[in-house]
Design a protein around this ligand. Structure first.
Ligand SMILES: NC(=O)c1ccc[n+]([C@@H]2O[C@H](COP(=O)([O-])OP(=O)(O)OC[C@H]3O[C@@H](n4cnc5c(N)ncnc54)[C@H](OP(=O)(O)O)[C@@H]3O)[C@@H](O)[C@H]2O)c1
Length: 335
């Protein structure tokens, strides 16, 4: 049996819980294990049931059932962390992840803050305790980034990474380019559609893209980048004149996180790049995301995705879950 706890129970946490519960028969069939969701919590309330929570109980949380001790006492083997992302402090997720990894419990991390703020420490904790730390949800989620580099391109030397990693800014830039509407109008549209934050600066100023790039660099490529190592520019200052000039030249502007590894040196940053129609990245429209990786032996690989949120992120986290279950099943039989 495998017991799961989810810390951070907003849109993504709830979607993850529901998807996990709906896939229990799959886990039993493929891995031969019963999966129980024993605890969920938000900032000041939560739920616990040693026998496993069912979907119809998840709507009403009980006060005070939250915090590190609550999650640890739940006896969960695996933590899924889906709290707010705050890369300046690590966010509330940092303490939950630290606690799980220190105790040897596997962690699936969806928020970016802790991974950017304290990635090195968390990697050390995981190595020290033998816990698995999985981070697909934090690294562009449904777009395969970590697994692409870690598995599909295994053994190759990565020379360059280019990613359209933020759906909100891509939507805004696409609307401004294709429909000729202004930044503020595009933003209002995205906010009305529920996929741009009330305060969109993390997305529009490039910080979310930078956080994902940094996580990819540090967790898969073995680099030790800090935010200060990246030059970060967003889309908030793009002018109608620039848009017109790019359109006249047949170029599509995209907000791109890029990383170049050359002769032992690293150049990393976020900013607008323009692509001709012959380039696949020119066709990544709306809320889609994409990554292009150039390696020494496999050349260029491009991956694109367009998933509906928050389901797509929940599915990315549960892909990590299955990686853990299959690895652990190979290590030691699960009851
Ligand atoms: N939305 C997406 O499509 C998407 C995609 C990829 C990654 N992400 C990442 O996923 C994470 C969650 O996103 P979301 O859209 O679900 O956000 P959200 O709706 O704001 O949910 C955040 C949750 O974290 C909880 N929380 C805050 N402080 C906590 C604490 N100290 N202990 C336990 N829980 C705490 C909140 O509790 P209260 O409700 O009590 O405040 C809330 O339940 C974010 O880091 C985001 O960057 C989101």
């Amino acid at each position: 049996m495998l017991k799961i706890a989810i810390a951070g129970f907003g849109g993504v946490g709830r979607a993850t819980a529901n998807l996990l519960l709906s896939r229990r028969h799959r886990y039993r069939r493929i891995y031969g294990t019963d999966v129980r969701l024993v605890a969920v919590c938000g900032s000041n309330s939560g739920l616990y049931d040693a026998n496993g929570l069912e979907a119809d109980r998840l709507n009403t949380l009980e006060p005070a059932l939250t915090g590190l001790d609550f999650v640890a006492a739940s006896g969960a083997d695996i933590l899924i962390e889906a709290g707010p992302s705050d890369f300046r402090t690590g966010g509330p997720g940092l303490a939950y992840i630290r606690s799980a990894l220190s105790d040897g419990r596997d962690a699936i991390v969806i928020s970016k803050g802790a991974l950017v703020h304290s990635g090195r420490e968390l990697r050390r904790l995981a190595t020290g305790s033998g816990a698995m730390l999985k981070i697909s949800g934090a690294a562009a989620a449904a777009l395969p980034t970590i697994d692409l580099l870690d598995q599909s391109l295994l053994g190759c030397n990565v020379l360059k990474v280019e990613g359209i990693l933020n759906a909100t800014s891509n939507y805004l830039l696409d609307a401004m380019t294709m429909r000729g509407i202004g930044f503020e109008d595009a933003l209002q549209e995205a906010q009305a559609g529920g996929f741009a934050e009330a305060d969109p600066r993390n997305d529009t100023e490039g910080w979310d893209t930078a956080a994902k790039l940094l996580i990819i660099a540090n967790f898969v490529l073995g680099l030790e980048l800090a935010m200060d190592d990246l030059s970060v520019e967003g889309i908030q200052s793009v002018t109608p004149r620039e848009l017109k000039a790019w359109a006249a030249d047949g170029l599509a502007p995209k907000l791109v996180g890029s990383l170049v590894l050359e002769k032992g040196a690293v150049r990393a940053g976020v900013g607008i790049r323009t692509y001709p129609p012959s380039d696949p990245l020119a066709h990544v429209g709306g809320k889609s995301k994409a990554i292009r990786v150039t390696t020494d032996a496999m050349g260029e690989t491009v991956s694109m995705s367009h998933g509906t949120e928050p389901l797509a992120t929940a599915a990315a986290a549960l892909k990590d879950f299955e990686h853990i279950v299959s690895t652990r099943s190979a290590d030691r039989p699960l009851s």
